[in-house]
Design a binder for this molecule. Structure first.
Ligand SMILES: *Cc1c(COP(=O)(O)O)cnc(C)c1O
Length: 372
């Protein structure tokens, strides 16, 4: 039976025979995890592909963030944004630190760099901005502020795999950049993640390498309280296969995004992210922002109309992390009014390699049919 359900994303997979070929030698080595050959191979392929000094692989993007904070020995407060996935904020809180929420800018939904300095206190130890939807944060201004106040910068680059800014890999900015290779991301290792860091941060590299393996320094020395966040060989093998075809994937996504833009640009009451200058995009997501006053329908009405046709868009990101029940009203959402405004109006449309151009037209038509 044909199933015409369209979800917001669909994981990219390599050819099955290719994956089987890649994992075949695991049956010879019997080495399943703990930094084996696949792990080493993927690590060096990524170092090359992302144009960064160093890469370390982890079980997922969340542990990349959580262990980065621990590996940098951060204390006190970290300035971040609430317009993100739960992981970003949780990584701070799970380290016993306090997130201080900065608003986002309305053009690309990244941290509003003009509002950071006012939030710095004597407890601030770092800034944790998000390259949300693959949009590049104002990395130059953020570095200026960090240098001026002696703060670390950790980028949540979970959405930004393969993005380049001024011809440099996005993972080269800040002290650390954390990537997610979750099944739903543009590049996946089933579950997985990585940290990227420069040669000047070699100590950080040693710390995180130990922290992802329980804090074990040597056979008889355990000198930090680590977690278990090692990428296994089957995930690394998936990454090796998917990385070989990543350019096909980006090319296809670009075609789809170009068509969405043709259909949905210049519509009253609907805003698309501006295309950033000096940026090589990865076409990870296609968010639209719907303003009821001019569009004549709410975001939720558009979502419901799509669902009637078995098309499931998502409210990335709603609710804001600073309104989560888990935080029991600790944070005042009125301090991030732009993020609040966008989160009530944003909708992320389906986008994945196997989506048909005709589906892009159909989805766009349904969205536009809601307009009054
Ligand atoms: C997916 C994601 C993460 C977490 O990555 P996982 O690999 O799922 O643990 C963190 N931040 C953002 C913005 C994400 O989208």
């Amino acid at each position: 039976m044909e199933d015409n359900t369209i979800l917001v994303t669909k994981s990219s997979l390599p050819n099955l025979e290719e994956y089987i070929e890649e994992i075949r030698d695991i049956w010879t080595s019997h080495w399943l995890t703990n930094m084996g050959e696949k792990h080493r191979t993927l690590q060096s392929m990524l170092q090359n592909y992302l144009q960064v000094d160093n890469v370390d692989l982890l079980t997922n993007g969340h542990m990349a963030l959580e262990l980065s904070i621990q590996a940098l020995n951060l204390q006190g407060e970290i300035i971040t944004t609430p317009f993100t996935f739960a992981s970003t904020t949780h990584a701070i809180v799970r380290n016993g630190l306090t997130p201080v929420f900065c608003d986002i800018n309305p053009d690309d939904f990244t941290i509003d760099v003009d509002k950071i300095e006012a939030l710095i206190t004597d407890k601030t130890s770092a800034i944790l901005p998000v390259h949300v939807y693959g949009n590049v944060c104002d990395v130059d201004k953020i570095q200026d502020i960090a240098s001026k106040y002696g703060l670390k910068v950790i980028y949540d680059a979970a959405h930004a795999f393969g993005v380049k800014y001024k011809n440099k890999g996005i993972g080269t900015f800040g002290d650390v950049s954390c990537f997610s290779f979750h099944a739903t991301k543009v590049f996946n290792t089933i579950e997985g993640g990585a940290v990227c860091f420069g040669d000047r941060n070699k100590d950080f590299g040693l710390n995180i390498y130990r922290l992802k393996n329980f804090g074990i320094r040597g056979p008889e020395i355990v000198d930090s309280v680590g977690a278990n966040a090692k990428m296994n060989e089957f995930c690394a093998a998936m990454g090796i296969c998917n990385l070989k075809r990543i350019n096909i994937c980006f090319k296809r996504r670009k075609q789809l995004v170009d068509e969405y833009r043709k259909c949905l640009s210049n519509i009253d009451g609907m805003n698309l992210n501006k295309i950033q200058g000096d940026v090589e995009q990865n076409y990870a997501y296609f968010p639209i922002v719907i303003d009821e006053k001019q569009f004549g329908a709410t975001r939720n009405e558009v979502l419901a109309k799509l669902a009637e046709h078995n098309i499931f868009a998502r409210k990335y990101f709603y609710p804001l992390t600073n309104t989560f029940d888990a935080f029991h009203g600790q944070f005042n959402v009125d301090k991030t009014p732009v993020a609040l405004h966008i989160s009530k109006r944003v909708l992320t449309l389906p986008l994945y390699e196997e989506l048909c151009i005709s589906d892009v037209y159909r989805i766009s038509d349904i969205v536009l049919s809601c307009k009054k």
